[in-house]
Design a protein around this ligand. Structure first.
Ligand code: COI
Length: 335
């Protein structure tokens, strides 16, 4: 049995070596390249493939895998928005994902972004670099006592809810399918609008379904409290970035922290000589503000998460190839 992995980074290699050593019956091979029409042929002769990328998975590339007789795909991450499920159905693929590699990784990153905005860390860093160690006027705010609105209460959102409650925030939440494990906390509001209107801090933790593209648009920003703090560690496409930029320009938004951007594939995971060389206009419109923090899709990026992404994806790919039920199957029959 041979499993081929795409997009392997240096930080994944040790975990890959460990999995390999524990599974002498499985042959594994990999490339640093992501999965594209050009690289699809690297998997020829393999039985299953494991991949992760923020770029879309192209139909033409998937068709090539199908032509090589490969039908088992495992992704090492949670978000599935890079796939058109129709393509997977057309070529008869089975897909697994890793839905709980580390909700804490993203929830803790979210928390750090909230704290960095509330305690005005970007401004203090700038002052510090200029040997200015005075307090005034860079006074901060506390999470304690604030209303924190959480959109999406799956694995990640529910950890954020618990962390925020531990800080002494009033937590409110909205989800189209409330999480039974949280219902006894009495945190759910009935509509997204209620959450937008009541929250001092809003953080979003939903997948990017087609219907949710630009869920947070100009209308949504208009409903928010003046000076709201807005965090997105989920998917760039959930937010209309131009509307966000306008809301920052007008002062409606007090601060925004973004781990994901609509146009991140042109920017993140690349090295530029200097920030000015990044040609993306939305990135440039966001970056030079004291009340905006951008992190390059690193909320997930911890050793715990990366270990689990490698192990869980390979385990499930092997299970499928062995004809067993995978632990984390994706139902590709629904969009
Ligand atoms: C995900 O798990 O979906 C992420 O956003 C992480 C990234 C490696 C794609």
């Amino acid at each position: 049995m041979k499993i081929y992995l795409y997009g392997i980074r240096e930080d994944e290699k040790e975990y890959l070596r460990q999995w390999d050593a524990a599974h002498p019956d499985v042959e594994i091979d990999y490339t640093h390249e992501i999965f594209t029409e050009e690289t699809a042929e690297l998997a020829e002769g393999s039985d299953g493939v494991v991949m992760v990328q923020t770029q879309p998975y192209s139909r033409a590339a998937l068709e090539k895998l199908h032509d090589f007789g490969i039908s088992k795909i495992s992704v090492r991450n949670v978000g599935l928005d890079g796939f058109d499920f129709q393509d997977l159905r057309d070529f008869d693929f089975s897909l697994t994902y890793v839905p709980v590699y580390s909700p804490n990784a993203i929830a803790e990153h979210t928390t750090s972004l909230i704290l960095r905005l509330l305690r005005r860390v970007p401004e203090f860093d700038k002052k510090f670099a200029n040997a200015d160690f005075r307090w005034f006027p860079t006074i901060g705010e506390e999470i304690h006592g604030k209303t924190v609105g959480i959109i999406g209460t799956g694995h990640i959102g529910s950890v954020v809810a618990r962390i925020m409650a531990a800080f002494g925030a009033k937590v409110i939440a909205y989800d189209i399918a409330p999480n039974p494990a949280l219902e006894n906390l009495g945190i759910y509001v009935d509509t997204l609008d209620e959450l937008l209107e009541q929250s001092d801090i809003i953080t979003i933790h939903t997948p990017l379904a087609k219907k949710d593209i630009h869920m947070i648009d100009a209308d949504a920003f208009a409903k928010m409290k003046d000076g709201v703090i807005f965090i997105n560690c989920a998917r760039g496409g959930l937010v209309d970035t131009d509307a966000l930029i306008k809301a920052l320009d007008s002062g409606k938004i007090g601060g925004a922290a973004l781990d994901v951007l609509e146009s991140e594939n042109d920017v993140f995971q690349k090295k530029f000589d200097k920030i000015e060389d990044v040609k993306d206009p939305q990135f440039q419109a966001l970056i030079n503000r004291d009340n905006v923090i951008i992190t390059p899709h690193t909320a997930f990026y911890t050793t715990t998460a990366v270990h689990n992404m490698i192990f869980d994806s390979l385990n499930d790919n092997q299970r499928m190839l062995d004809g067993k039920a995978p632990k984390y199957p994706v139902d590709i029959s629904v969009e």
